[in-house]
Design a protein around this ligand. Structure first.
Ligand SMILES: [Cu+2]
Length: 502
């Protein structure tokens, strides 16, 4: 296998242990709970059932009475949720509240965050994907202690059985005869056999539970991508070829549009990360999507496809693509108007000013302090016109900005917005879902009609955008930040080094 083959093999391996976002399991959200702007972080426990940690930060100074949190499973047929938990204030920080949430089933949850204070009560919904991504190992000291206790119990039980058969019914002080001793030994042997059978049964039960848990570990739907040349350019075909997509209808609900598109497909050129595209393939049928390819350089590409299910479950599918040749025609006319791509050279300045295609600039506004894993990342950017004035940003697919972040080896890929890592479509499903929404496709249809009104939100006159996020792993990252300005989609590109927490 070549080096590239090995690397791609590693990439696929990584994808198998991924969460809903690749390698970035925690949920970051910024929004308003009524009159209270909040930033919510939900830390994924990695196991289901599991205890997720949630923190709610109040972003504006207000008198707060209490903060309530409640995870609600997407399926209205499941049991009614319990009363909400009261998040406790974190000592030493008057604006931070925290709580632990039990996520009992795998799937989409909406976490209701309610803030009560002097401006009344306000609620917001934060979609959280509960997925099992790891299997907790039995710790060696605990295993050894349990083994010793088990051995003690078994030996104790056999001793009691033996003594009962040998000496019960004897006068105090009398010696058991040979017959009693023999019967006692037989009883001990039979008891040992029964215990051994019980232990074997216990082992089989344990292994069965473990196997069931392993088979329930989350894997994104399997997908494959191919490219074919046509008269108007290269056409990319992205197929969900996972057998469970077609056969396990109970597990997967239909797809719904997010920002007006059923699929957001990102292409990152492997190796140099020097080419990037954000495309919106159209469905050919329920498993296949097609998109005209922009003029990208030849090479191997990592593909990340963001999709959202009607249940509110958002996931990123992963595939690779070998692009053998660039199309001759410079710009195929049939691509989606929201498609955007970028290709450039080598490494970016970590604290750079990114030139945009129309002559304006995007500046990463960050201090000199290093970026550390799991700490709030300073993702604030300023867009200025060629004259240096703040650029008025138009909504791009209903958002002020989109940021795509990947680690150089592909172990992390996340797509976020000023509202955080959440899928807006997932949030919408929770807002409009009614108890009677048990028919597949009904909610999706309503949402599709609602999405017509997209586009009014997300205009930013100040040219300033920020994203709530914390990097999940140390390493070298590349960021593509996309905004819309003067009816054009502009891509600013930055690099970041993230260091491990000490
Ligand atoms: Cu986006």
């Amino acid at each position: 296998m070549t080096g590239r083959g090995l690397r791609l093999g590693a990439l696929v391996g990584i994808a198998l242990v991924a969460s809903a976002h690749v390698g970035s399991p925690d949920t970051y959200f910024e929004g308003a709970a009524g009159a209270y702007p909040v930033r919510v972080i939900v830390r994924n426990p990695g196991v289901v059932p599991g205890l997720a940690q949630i923190t709610v930060r109040l972003l504006a100074p207000r008198a707060i009475r209490r903060v309530l949190v409640l995870p609600v499973f997407w399926d209205p047929r499941t049991a009614a949720p319990p009363p909400p938990d009261v998040a406790v204030p974190v000592s030493g920080d008057s604006t931070l509240y925290s709580a632990a949430l039990w996520l009992m089933s795998a799937g989409a949850y909406s976490v209701r965050v309610t803030v009560e204070g002097d401006a009344g009560s306000g609620t917001t919904l934060v979609p959280v994907m509960a997925v099992a991504t790891r299997r907790l190992a039995l710790e060696k000291p605990l295993g050894a202690a349990l083994l010793a206790l088990g051995a003690f119990l078994c030996v104790g039980a056999l001793t009691i059985v033996g003594a009962a058969v040998r000496e019960s019914g004897l006068e105090p002080g009398a010696e058991p005869d040979r017959r009693r001793r023999l019967r006692s030994r037989i009883a001990i042997s039979v008891g040992a056999l029964v215990l051994a059978l019980a232990l074997l049964g216990g082992r089989a039960w344990w292994n069965a539970v473990d196997a069931a848990y392993r088979s329930g570990l989350y894997q994104p739907l399997h997908a494959a991508a191919t490219v074919r040349a046509t008269a108007t350019g290269n056409v990319l075909r992205f197929a969900i070829d996972d057998s469970s997509w077609a056969t396990r209808q109970r597990q997967w609900t239909p797809l719904i549009p997010d920002h007006g598109h059923l699929m957001h497909l990102f292409l990152v050129r492997d190796g140099g990360l020097d080419a990037f595209a954000h495309l919106h393939p159209l469905p050919v049928d329920s498993t296949t999507f097609e998109s005209t390819l922009p003029p990208l350089p030849v090479g191997t590409y990592r593909l990340y496809a963001d999709i959202v299910h009607e249940s509110g479950f958002a996931q990123t599918l992963v595939a690779t693509l070998d692009l053998p040749s660039s199309p001759v025609s410079p710009l195929p006319a049939s691509g989606d108007a929201d498609d955007a791509w970028w290709s450039g050279d080598g490494r970016r300045e970590p604290r750079g000013v990114a030139p945009l295609a129309d002559g304006s600039t995007m500046t990463w506004a960050r201090a000199d302090t290093p970026i550390v894993v799991d700490r709030a990342a300073p993702l604030r950017f300023l867009v200025r016109t060629p004259g240096g004035k703040p650029a008025a940003l138009e909504p791009y697919m209903g958002m002020a900005a989109h940021a795509m972040i990947t680690r150089d080896d592909g172990a992390v890929f996340v797509h976020l917005h000023p509202a955080g890592t959440i899928s807006v479509a997932a949030q919408e499903t929770f807002i409009v879902r009614q108890p009677g929404d048990t028919v597949r496709g009904e909610l999706g249809k309503r949402l599709g009609a609602m999405e017509m009104g997209i586009g009014e939100r997300g205009a930013v006159a100040s040219g300033e955008i920020s994203f709530p996020y914390a990097f999940p792993q140390p390493g070298h990252y590349r960021l593509w930040v996309q905004v819309r300005h003067n009816h054009r989609i502009e891509t600013g590109v930055f690099d970041a080094d993230v260091s491990a927490a000490r």
